[in-house]
Design a protein around this ligand. Structure first.
Ligand SMILES: NC(=O)c1ccc[n+]([C@@H]2O[C@H](COP(=O)([O-])OP(=O)(O)OC[C@H]3O[C@@H](n4cnc5c(N)ncnc54)[C@H](OP(=O)(O)O)[C@@H]3O)[C@@H](O)[C@H]2O)c1
Length: 200
């Protein structure tokens, strides 16, 4: 039985990851901020296996993907009991977009450590945040190699599960270690952010 993914944020990244998951046979449930017809239309375009949910329903899935704006993450704290839940954090901590692309000053904290503090007990795995969504949408199997996706997290079991799913989609997961050190490399403005690499 394939794991169900709850995708909070049904925009560029949410839909792109949903397409890869659906292709691999995972049911996906998506939520956005507005719901209604717009969300139903998105779900219809994704095809069989995709359903629309409330944000609360989406947070009950086996694995939750955060693909909403950074500024909105604090709204999720009280929507469910996050304790023990595997949550993939694909957000980037931008406070402005083009042309400045300013990030929030988080001091010594990694952005996913801030997310972890906002979702108490969640087993956070940082992934799917480094590549532009149009590139992420492309076939990850390239000339015998696999497009790289960086992964970091403190919970080894959760990270291992997410790495397995990523590999099953055709990507090459590269484990950067824990959130404090690893995810800083892959988060916005980190040394590995935006890199589009292929592992042969
Ligand atoms: N775009 C990229 O290439 C890219 C790459 C890597 C990482 N990221 C990161 O991924 C995240 C999403 O980016 P995106 O480009 O996919 O943004 P986007 O296209 O603007 O989509 C954002 C989605 O989040 C939903 N949303 C907003 N507030 C919400 C809330 N409070 N609860 C639930 N859903 C909410 C929006 O719903 P409504 O439309 O109904 O408001 C929309 O479906 C950001 O943190 C971004 O930094 C983006």
């Amino acid at each position: 039985m394939k794991k169900t993914f709850g995708i909070i944020g049904a925009g560029n990244i949410g839909q792109t990851v949903a397409r890869h998951l659906l292709k691999a046979g995972h049911p996906v449930i998506l939520a956005n901020s507005s719901g209604g017809n717009a969300l139903n239309e998105i779900v219809r375009s994704l095809g069989p296996g995709a359903t629309a949910g409330t944000i609360q329903e989406t947070a009950q899935a086996d694995i939750v993907l955060l693909s909403l704006p950074w500024s909105e993450v604090p709204t999720l704290t009280k929507i469910t009991d996050w304790n023990g839940r595997v949550v993939i954090d694909a957000t980037n901590h931008f406070i402005t977009y083009a042309p400045e692309f300013k990030v929030q000053d988080l001091g010594d904290k990694a952005s996913s450590e801030v997310v972890a503090s906002l979702l108490p007990g969640a087993r956070i795995v940082k992934a799917f945040n480094t590549i532009f969504y149009k590139t992420l949408a492309e076939d990850p199997n390239i000339a015998g190699g696999h497009r790289v996706l960086f992964v970091s997290g403190n919970d080894l079991e959760a990270k291992s599960e997410v790495k397995s799913v990523i590999a099953s989609l055709g990507f090459a997961p590269i484990d950067l270690g824990n959130l404090h050190e690893g995810s800083k490399l892959q988060q916005a403005k980190g040394a590995l952010a935006t890199l589009n690499l292929v592992r042969f």
